[in-house]
Design a protein around this ligand. Sequence first.
Ligand SMILES: [Zn+2]
Length: 415
Amino acid sequence: MREETTMHDHRKLGRELGLFDTDPLIGAGLPYWLPDGATVRHTLEEYIRTAERRAGYRHVYSPVLGKRELYEISGHWSHYSDDMFPPMDLGGEQVVLRPSLCPHHAVIYRSRAHSYRELPLRMAELGGMYRSELSGVLGGLTRVRAIQLNDAHIFCTLDQVADEARAALELIRRAYEALGIVPARYRLSLPGPGGKYVAAPEMWRRSTALLTDVLDHSGLPYEAAEGEAAFYGPKIDVQVVDSAGRESTLSTVQVDFHQPEQFDLHYIGADGAKHRPVMVHRSIIGSVERAVAHLIEQHGGAFPAWLAPTQLVILPISDAELPNAEGFARRCADLGLRAEIAGPERGSLGARIREARLVPYQVVIGAKEAADDHVAVRLRDGRRLDSRPAAEVLTRIGALVGTHRTDLWDADGRM
Ligand SMILES: [Zn+2]
C-alpha cells in the first residue's frame, strides 16, 4: 500500500476555496478562474514578469492563432500534430490554435535585423497555447486544453548558451524558493527511439553535451531519461510530484539548433557576415495552470503570504472597533496589501479566526488596541504576537510580502 500523502488534491481544494471551477457547458479541460484564484494567478504572473525584466528579458505579445504553414516550417506539424487541435478553414487558408509560442517568437526575431551586440536577445511572453488532450486524462488544472505558458526564447551565440542556461536555472531556483516549491528531481531529457525527433545526429550531440556540462557544473543531482526530449532538442526538466504521486515537468531549459535553421534566423557578426543564432527555450514555472495546481497541493491552500488571495483578515472584537478596522483596511490597501474585514456579525472571535485559518495574518482590534492605534496579530501557524503599533505591523508585513518571503514573521526584524 502506498504511504498516505500529506499533499492535497488540488481539484477538490481548488473548488472548496473558490479558486477555480469547470462547467460542462464550457467543456472538459477548460477551467475558469474565480476571483480568489485570479488574484493568485495575477500575482504569480506579475512576480514572473518582474523577475524576467530584472534578468534582462523583454516581453512581447503574439496571437494564439497561426497559419498551418507556420507549424509546417517549425516542425510541429510533422512531429507534434497528435497534440494539436484540427485546423480551421478560413477563406481558403488553414489556421490552427498554436501548440507552442516558439514559431511566433522566431518570426518576431526575424522581423528585424540583429547585430551580435544585441545578443543574447531574451524574448518572453506569458501567452496562451492549446493542446488537444483526450478527455479521459483531463482533470482540474494539471491537464488542460487551454494553457497559459510562462515562456521565453533566448537568441544567442553558441558561446552564450551555457551562461544563459545557467542563468535560467538560477531564475527557477529563486522562484521555487519564493513559492515554497521543492523539486522532486532534475532530469536531462534525451531523445529515444522512433521518428518523433528531428534527424540531425550532430545537432543532438552538441546540444546534449552543452546541457550535460551545465548540469555537471551546477552541483544539482540529475538523472538522464531517454524519450523525454522535445522533438527539436534535449531539455533540462525540473520535475515535481502531485498528490497522487504522479511526476510532471514544471520548469524547463532547452537548447534548439533546429528552429533557427528552419526559420533562417541570423545576426550580423563582428566580421560583418551573417551567422546563425541558437535558440534557448526556457520556462520558469511552466504553465500557470499546472504551477497553481502544484501550489495548491503543496501548501494545502495556505499560500505564501505574498501570493495569498487575502493576506490579512481584520477582526474587530465588537462593533465599536469597526471604524478602526476600516481605517486599518484602508492603510493595507494603500500599501498594496489584500485585506478584508470579518466583523462581529460573522460570529464569535474564535469562529472568525477558524474561518480565516488559511489567511496568513489575523489582525485583532479590541477596545484597548483601538485606543492606542495598536493591533494584536495572530499568524496562520498559531503564533501570537503582542499588541503593537499598527504602523509597525504594516511596515513589517509589507516588507515580507514585498520581498516574496515564505516566512510569516521576521522574529529578529528591527524597525
Ligand atoms: Zn519554445
